[in-house]
Design a binder for this molecule. Structure first.
Ligand SMILES: Nc1ncnc2c1ncn2[C@@H]1O[C@H](COP(=O)(O)OP(=O)(O)O)[C@@H](O)[C@H]1O
Ligand SMILES: [Mg+2]
Length: 304
């Protein structure tokens, strides 16, 4: 099957969009894109998934977000099958996944019927029961899974993305030891905990780094800009004083959760400031500043 012009266009747009949306991870994005390029250009061997990667690194650093983004861009909004491996820790859970008796297709079978092509995301892979991991190996090896019903599911039109934060808790103490040491530590911890066969079948191991302060500021700015655009559409013209970015980082970045709380923090803090302004009978336009209390934002009217 030939790659269509439309597919080529989506791929080149993604090459621009991915680094714009996922900040501070330039060490992994080119390799992720190269897997996607080969997959989309049909350069894969038949009987394998389109591509596979293992995403390692601390919580809230862009692992899941990058997978959601490329899946949405390449295949549309409903092309993700997501399995949270913390729900498949027991032998019994294998039945939930692939059915336990003839006639049952399990969750994976149901999801595969829903999605024709896209990404299979296996989150927190280290938690999977060994029998469930066998299924993942089958998937990587042959691009297929056999259900309890006897039916075989073809996963060759899918990327397989696995994530794990193995070894990432300790790196908070290694923060100052440089990127190479971090990567070595995380990769070797993952190699100890995951099966060698699994490692051998993965196209790329991508180690996401903890977000440095400059990156945290960029992420805050990205969400702030999105929020201000949204509010402009609602009729509120807002500018922001530069100092609010460090305030947003303080509220939206967490040492253990990374940038996970950022989007909500920005929406809430900016939304509260505009609501307050409207309730005082003003137009909800002006300059966003950090309040005197240092704990919230306010909208100050623009001076002519
Ligand atoms: N590198 C990053 N660039 C931009 N936003 C990020 C980044 N890392 C995390 N975020 C923000 O934090 C949220 C959680 O990130 P996610 O990718 O789900 O974390 P994890 O690495 O634990 O999978 C994302 O939805 C996004 O809003
Ligand atoms: Mg995740």
């Amino acid at each position: 099957m030939k790659t269509t012009n439309e597919e080529m266009k989506r791929l080149s747009e993604l090459e621009v969009e991915l680094p714009r949306e996922i900040r501070g991870q330039n060490q992994v994005l080119p390799r992720l894109l190269s897997v996607l390029r080969r997959g989309q250009l049909k350069l894969r061997k038949p009987g394998r998934p389109r591509g596979s990667f293992l995403q390692l690194g601390p919580t809230g650093t862009g692992k899941t977000e990058s997978t959601l983004l490329f899946t949405r861009r390449l295949f549309g909004p409903d092309a993700l099958i997501r399995l949270d491996m913390s729900e498949y820790q027991t032998q019994q859970s294998l039945g939930v996944l692939i059915g336990s008796q003839p006639g049952e297709c399990g969750y994976l079978g149901m999801e595969r019927r829903r999605v024709a092509e896209g990404t299979l995301l296996l989150d927190e892979i280290e938690k999977a029961h060994p029998r469930v991991l066998d299924i993942c190996l089958q998937l990587l090896d042959a691009g297929r899974v056999t259900l309890a019903s006897g039916e075989t599911l073809d996963f060759s039109p899918f990327y397989v993305a696995m994530t794990s934060n193995i070894g990432s808790a300790e790196i908070i103490g290694l923060q100052h030891s440089g990127a190479a040491t971090l990567e070595r530590h995380i990769t070797s911890r993952a190699q100890q905990s995951l099966r060698p066969e699994l490692f051998a079948r993965i196209d790329e191991v991508l180690v996401f780094h903890p977000l440095d302060y400059a990156t945290q500021l960029e992420i805050a700015e990205k969400f702030l800009r999105a929020e201000l655009d949204f509010l402009r559409g609602q009729g509120h013209e807002l500018t922001a004083e530069k100092s609010i970015l460090s305030f947003l980082v303080r509220k939206g970045f967490h040492p253990k959760l990374g940038a996970r709380p950022m989007r909500n923090a920005v929406e809430k803090l900016v939304g509260d400031a505009v609501a307050q302004c409207l309730l005082q009978g003003n137009a909800g336009s002006g300059e966003l500043r950090v309040a005197d209390s240092g704990e919230s934002l306010v909208v100050a009217p623009v001076q002519d």
